[in-house]
Design a protein around this ligand. Structure first.
Ligand code: FES
Length: 245
């Protein structure tokens, strides 16, 4: 049976924990579940990981060990956890405390399931140590440039969201998947972005190639774009914000 460890500190780590509506919900739930001190132990990684490395180093210096990092990144994955653990292992090695750093991960979709994350603290069988972390492979799928035919940037900025961009995103994924074109060889790689700037003409979708700016206002227009641009490989002139150069 796994023994519950008494952690000196638990850090809550992920993007969008400090600003925005999701952060507000996260902080409200964390306050209710763990009290005010836990809020100070959340580390927002939206802008990068330097802040996390500083926090971990400070914990090591202060003897706040063992330390558990709860990974709240909605995009978490096995390669990401391998990387995170190997970075922590490297950070702890000079102090000989890599065995005092552990990671647990909750994959929770768009909105963080903070109750599930907190429950993980009592599940030592789901905690991953930072010693003997598997070597990151020197060649793996995410080291190669993918063979997609198109890269699509769909704006999910505030004004495009108000104009219906979120359901369009869901529908775009579904239609591409049904057509066998979603993120595969010869298919379409799609990414949601913040504001792309021509808000008043949105919802905005940029398509590369050919470097087209499309205005996609409803599901009918989206279907036309999928069929004509991504399946047939032809421009949809009536949806262009401006003619191609
Ligand atoms: S919010 Fe989408 S282009 Fe500005």
């Amino acid at each position: 049976m796994s023994v519950v460890r008494a952690y000196a500190r638990v850090l809550f780590v992920g993007p969008d924990l400090a600003h925005g509506s999701l952060a507000e919900l996260f902080q409200r739930q964390l306050l209710a579940l763990r009290g005010a001190s836990a809020l100070a132990d959340s580390v927002d990684t939206t802008a990068g990981f330097d802040g996390l490395w500083q926090r971990v180093t400070a914990c090591i210096d202060a003897g706040d060990l063992p330390l558990l990092l709860l990974d709240l990144d909605p995009q978490t994955s096995s390669p990401y956890l391998d990387w995170l653990r190997s970075e922590l292992q490297r950070l702890a090695a000079p102090f000989g405390v890599a065995d005092q750093l552990l990671v647990a991960s909750v994959k929770s979709g768009e909105q963080i399931d903070i109750a599930a994350a907190v429950a993980l603290i009592e599940r030592p069988e789901l905690h991953l140590g930072c010693v003997n972390v598997p070597e990151l492979p020197s060649a793996h799928a995410w080291s190669c440039i993918p063979t997609h035919s198109y890269r699509v940037l769909l704006c999910n900025g505030p004004r495009c969201t108000r104009r219906g961009a979120l359901p369009l995103w869901k529908s775009l994924r579904e239609q591409l998947k049904a057509a066998g074109k979603l993120e595969c060889a010869g298919g379409v790689h799609i990414t949601r972005t913040q504001c792309q700037f021509p808000c008043d003409q949105g919802p905005t979708m940029s398509v590369y190639p050919p470097g087209a700016w499309y205005q996609v206002r409803n599901s009918d227009e989206l279907t036309r774009l999928v069929e004509q641009q991504f399946i047939a490989g032809q421009l949809v002139p009536e949806l262009l914000m401006r003619p191609l150069d």
